[in-house]
Design a protein. Structure first.
Length: 85
C-alpha cells in the first residue's frame, strides 16, 4: 500500500467512527428524553396525589379547629357570662 491508500483508509475509518458516534449519541439522547418524560409524568401524578391528600388533611384540621373554637366560646360564655362575638 502506498501513502495515498493509507491516508484514504485512515480517512474512511475516521469517518466511520464519527458516524457511529453520531448515531449512538443520537439514540442515547432519544432514550434519555423518553425516560425523563416518563419520570416527569409519574412524578406529576405522585405530587398531585400528595397535594390532594394534604388538602384533605388540612380541611379536616380546619373542621377540628372550628369545633375547638366553638367549644372555647361556649366555655367563655358559660364561665364569664360574656357574649364574645
Amino acid at each position: 500500500m502506498n501513502d495515498a491508500q493509507i491516508w484514504t483508509m485512515i480517512g474512511a475509518f475516521t469517518a466511520l467512527m464519527i458516524g457511529m458516534l453520531t448515531v449512538i449519541s443520537t439514540l442515547f439522547v432519544r432514550v434519555v428524553r423518553a425516560e425523563i418524560g416518563g419520570l416527569r409524568s409519574e412524578m406529576n401524578g405522585q405530587i398531585g396525589g400528595l397535594r390532594n391528600e394534604m388538602n384533605a388533611r388540612f380541611d379536616a384540621v380546619n373542621v377540628r379547629m372550628d369545633g375547638l373554637d366553638r367549644d372555647v366560646q361556649a366555655l367563655v360564655k358559660r364561665t364569664f357570662g360574656l357574649d364574645r362575638e
